[in-house]
Design a protein. Sequence first.
Length: 117
Amino acid sequence: MIVGAVPGNGANTATFGGLVLAGCTLDGRLRCIGGARAGFTAASRRSIRAALDKVRRETSPLDGSPPTAVARTACWVEPVFVADIEYREISGDGLLRHPSFRWIRTGKTPGEIGIPS
C-alpha cells in the first residue's frame, strides 16, 4: 500500500519521484517494504499526486522507522491506496528489489496487503 511519496526532480518536480510502500505484518502493524520510482506515465503521476494530496498527513503512518533518506523528504499519506507493484525479489532486509509501479488496485483494501515473502 502507498504510505507516502518522495519529491521528484526535473520533469517530475510537480508530482513525485517515487512512492513509499508498506505492508501489514501478521499482527497488523505497517512496515516499510521500500519504494517504487519506475513504471509511471506522466498522466499516472499527475493522477496519483492529486489523490495523495487529499489524504496527506503530517506524520508517518508506519509502525517502525522508515529508512532515513525517506524519512527526511517524504510526504506522508493515510494508507488508503493499494498499488500493484512488480518486483524481482525481496532483499535480506525485507525491501522490494527493482520495484515498478503497475497500477492502483481497487479490488483490495489496505488491510489485505501483507509483507511479501
